[in-house]
Design a protein around this ligand. Structure first.
Ligand code: XMP
Length: 327
């Protein structure tokens, strides 16, 4: 990780945040920065990028082009779902197919930070730079929040979207400037702003999903086959835990196999770890005290519905020393 700049960002705590005032100020700020130019935003459908998109759209209208990057690392049905939600809000989302580029970049990489770096480079150097050039834009809108910046600077995890704060000059390196309207607030603040912008509840209360997507949940090399496995397990966990009100729940695919048995025969199979977190702003977190009945149901469904899985475990460690995602 490159050496970071000292952080000079002034935090606005969720309790002190006046969301309407924040929206007004950010819209004015964006108009000043972008002038009569064009900008792009990569919308994942999460609360951070959705709020950033709405702020940008409010400020710039159609001069902000909105893209969903289908990197092959997203959850089941995500691209269509996001495009249709934003269509209802009057915002056109263009889906960019980029699976090949991402899997190519991840090939052979096993080190967590190298995997994260490969994702960052593919997003910023390859995909965003290409989109920016194609429409003659100069700015990329970014849903970076304060927690992402802090954890990257502290050297805990290189969040996929932290660049300037690590001393990277995006204009020189990639050909565009960043606009980061949310960098003074955290997840709880973003949810307030999203609500004030009248985003639907399915978005302002949406569970976080990290930028590197399912690749942060595969230990070892990321391949399309492993992503398909963790995607299936994720869909089951999301369905079963939807009503828990937990901050975030997820599946992790382990690299080590273990001996299991099925129909009286030995099966050297895969392990899925379930994590379910209680947290307010993702800085610290505790595992949710899920009823054993729920855990048993998860284990039964995952071992029957996800091919090759013979072991399901539940993480009982807090953050710290754990982090929320595994990679
Ligand atoms: P960790 O694993 O660092 O996760 O404890 C804390 C929160 O941040 C999300 N996360 C990310 N979000 N880009 C993001 O936009 C990233 O690279 C990234 N890594 C982790 C994670 O899902 C959790 O909500």
């Amino acid at each position: 990780m490159k050496g970071g700049k000292r952080m000079e960002i002034k935090e606005i705590k969720a309790g002190e945040l006046d969301p309407k005032k924040f929206v007004k100020e950010k819209v004015e700020e964006i108009r000043k920065i972008v002038g009569d130019g064009k900008a792009i935003v990569a919308l994942s459908g999460g609360v951070d990028s959705s709020t950033t998109t709405l702020l940008g759209h409010k400020a710039l209208g159609d001069r902000l082009k909105v893209y969903f990057i289908d990197d092959g690392l997203m959850r089941e049905g995500e691209a269509k779902q996001v495009a249709s939600t934003f269509k209802k809000l009057g915002i056109k989302v263009r889906i960019v197919s980029a699976q090949r580029e991402f899997f190519e970049a991840l090939k052979g990489k096993i080190d967590p930070e190298e995997k994260r770096e490969a994702i960052t480079q593919t997003f910023y150097r390859v995909i965003f730079a290409r989109l920016i050039r194609a429409i003659g834009a100069k700015f990329l809108f970014h849903g970076t929040i304060l927690t992402d910046i802090e954890e990257t600077i502290a050297g805990i995890k290189r969040q996929h979207n932290i660049l300037e704060q690590l001393g990277i000059d995006t204009e020189k390196e990639f050909g565009y400037k960043l606009v980061e309207p949310l960098k003074q607030i955290r997840k709880d603040g973003v949810r307030k702003v999203a609500k004030a912008l009248e985003l639907p509840e399915s978005i302002y209360n949406r569970m976080p999903f990290c930028g590197p997507g399912l690749s942060a949940r595969v230990i070892g090399e990321v391949t399309p086959e492993k992503i398909a496995i963790v995607r299936k397990a994720t869909a089951i966990i999301e369905e079963e835990l939807r009503n828990t009100k937990a901050f975030q729940y997820l599946a992790i695919l382990h690299e080590d196999k273990v001996t299991g048995m099925r129909e009286g025969k030995r099966e050297f199979g895969l392990q899925i770890e379930v994590r379910c977190w209680d947290s307010i702003d993702a800085r610290v977190a505790k595992p949710t005290k899920l009823p054993f009945k729920t855990l048993t149901r998860l284990s039964e469904r995952i071992t029957t519905e996800v091919p090759g899985v013979v072991s399901v475990t539940y993480n009982i460690t807090s953050k710290p020393p754990s982090t929320m995602e595994a990679v």
